[in-house]
Design a protein around this ligand. Structure first.
Ligand SMILES: [Zn+2]
Length: 124
């Protein structure tokens, strides 16, 4: 089981089961929301339990998806496609080791011009 939290602790969650599809997203929305590239993995909604939601806010970033963050400290924690029964969580918000290694870059066509991708992971 993994445990995650925001920077101030007003949002806490637990993940059971393997984290799937660990990736780095370069899209403009993820860069805006996180300040840079967003690292995440996803699990079925049944494997995600939010244990402290005092600070949790959801931002509808489009008609299709929403982004969960802490309204107190600003940590960007979740991304959820409304039509899918899974949720992505930020690997940076996990407390302690994640036991996961990022496998790929996504939305590379939207990446910023201020950095280079210098690893050998696949790019989509
Ligand atoms: Zn917080």
């Amino acid at each position: 089981m993994l445990k995650g939290s925001c920077n101030c602790g007003a949002v806490r969650y637990q993940v059971t089961g393997p984290a799937q599809g660990p990736s780095l997203c370069h899209c403009g929305q993820c860069r805006k929301q996180s300040g840079h590239v967003w690292s995440s993995a996803y699990v079925p909604d049944t494997a995600l339990t939010i244990t402290q939601d005092q600070g949790l806010k959801w931002y509808a970033s489009s008609d299709a998806a929403k982004r969960g963050f802490c309204g107190i400290c600003g940590s960007f924690l979740f991304w959820k496609m409304n039509s899918e029964d899974s949720t992505s969580f930020s690997l940076g918000s996990i407390d302690g080791p994640t036991g996961t290694t990022v496998e790929k870059h996504i939305f590379v066509a939207d990446k910023g011009d201020y950095y280079v991708i210098s690893d050998d992971l696949s790019q989509h």
